[in-house]
Design a protein around this ligand. Structure first.
Ligand SMILES: [Fe+2]
Ligand SMILES: [Fe+2]
Length: 278
């Protein structure tokens, strides 16, 4: 499919970022995510929608540009169309090439490319908007949904022959590394809720490996990570996972994120009171 060739025919006059350009980036990014990344194996996944919603929530709380965060969040995984997205320079170049066809001023293009370049954490994010897109992507990789998403990536990209026990250790290390590098205080508040549920998952190793075995089996059977999440919910109720999936629904997202935020504040207060009395 050569849908991207249409991009070059657009109006070339340069404008600051507006909703029309964001809508175009949204449409193109979802197309790439569903049809080109992972050879179309992630068709229908709502990861981008969730990251955008979380990024907009963080932008409001942190006083960042909502437009740059939204555009950066839609585009952050564009590097996956070329395979892996762990090389910051390579994914920046892919983002810049895409953005060069848009009727957008150079400063906005560069600020959006900044968000793409550092989202995986392999290079330090500098702008507040790049920090927010990084944090929003990390938050979608936490709790049980994060376990499913990274296991899916291991099976489909990193190490297809991995054993569930091996994945258990890799996951623990990877998710710990990513959550330790969160930048914004708002994301840290949301994380404390997701963290509690992740800790519970790793606590029972036998049960966790059993769940991983099932996730890997479904990932090998060409199911997307969102489908695997829904499949797990048929077997066992898991409120945080339900909430995580519902973040893709704009009518529910704000309520869920505000609730996590309030709960995160409570957990932080409890922790600092505990530290004070110790
Ligand atoms: Fe990524
Ligand atoms: Fe992502």
């Amino acid at each position: 499919m050569h849908r991207m060739s249409l991009v070059g025919k657009r109006d070339k006059s340069l404008k600051t970022i507006n909703q029309d350009v964001i809508d175009q980036i949204h449409e193109d990014a979802v197309f790439i995510d569903w049809y080109e990344a992972f050879e179309g194996k992630a068709y229908g996944n709502q990861h981008l929608s969730r990251v955008v919603t979380i990024a907009k929530f963080l932008a409001e709380k942190e006083g960042a540009s909502r437009e740059i965060c939204e555009a950066g969040a839609w585009l952050h995984d564009i590097g996956l169309k070329a395979g892996n997205d762990n090389d910051p320079a390579k994914i920046r170049a892919i983002a810049e090439e895409y953005l060069s066809h848009l009727p957008l001023d150079n400063e906005s293009k560069s600020r959006i490319a900044d968000c793409v370049e550092t989202h995986e954490g392999a290079r330090e994010a500098v702008s507040l908007e790049a920090k927010i897109v990084h944090d929003a992507d990390v938050l979608d990789k936490m709790a049980l949904l994060g376990v499913i998403r990274h296991t899916w990536k291991i099976v489909n990209l990193i190490n297809p022959d991995a054993h569930p026990a091996e994945v258990f250790s890799t996951l623990q290390k990877h998710l710990k590394e990513r959550r330790e590098r969160l930048y914004t205080t708002t994301a840290k508040k949301l994380l404390s809720v997701l963290n509690e549920s992740l800790a519970q998952f790793f606590e029972d190793k036998t049960q966790a490996i059993e769940t991983l075995r099932m996730i890997m089996k479904l990932a090998r059977a060409a199911r997307t990570s969102d489908e695997i999440a829904r499949e797990l919910l048929l077997k066992k109720d898991h409120q945080i996972l339900v909430d995580q999936l519902c973040i893709a629904d704009p009518s529910m997202a704000d309520h869920i994120l505000q609730a996590w935020y309030a709960q995160g504040e409570m957990l932080e207060e409890r922790e600092s009171a505990f530290a004070g009395s110790a």
